[in-house]
Design a protein around this ligand. Sequence first.
Ligand code: AMP
Length: 194
Amino acid sequence: MQGATYVFFGIIGSGKGTQINFLSEYLKNKGVEPIRGATGDRFRQMMQKDGYTQSIIKGYMERGKLVPDFLANMIIADILTSSLSKEGVLITDGYPRTVSQSKVFEGMMEFYGRSDVKIIYIEVSREESMKRNLQRGRHDDTEDGIAKRFDEYVNNVIPAMEYFKDKKGYEILHINGEQSKDDVFKDIIKALNF
Ligand code: AMP
């Protein structure tokens, strides 16, 4: 698994965050400390400070809109240039999210000579995503809002994943997300041949 790259895709409610935590723990138990490229976390961290750039980004994040590609690319480039080593295991969470980001990411992987990129897509249906998000009961989780986010994900983020379909050095693993957390993780481990 040295030098491997894991790219997670999954709509909110797919359990993506939980599975990334499981995989990180699993790797740590094997003595591998993964580097985590979570753009959303970095943007939230950035927002702790005041500043001109922050004041513009704030408007995007409050509306749940994707921030411009150059910012997401910058975050990942910063993480890679400061933390990546040849053997380092990289896990990305929430990146790439547009086809344009996928192209930049491809260039990054080429730069670092990485040809073992596993894309882990945790699939849940529209109905399941709806059910889980409504159960979480966040006040802004209306049925319409969730349906819109699901459609946006399918229309915008899934093409960013499909960009890598049949590309040498990339493999897309479809994981059934409509199972218990532990069973989803078992399937991920199986799919990764661990
Ligand atoms: P997340 O926690 O991954 O849902 O990200 C929170 C917010 O950060 C998103 O709603 C976007 O505004 C921004 N964001 C995170 N990742 C990206 C990305 N790859 N491209 C553009 N915007 C992003």
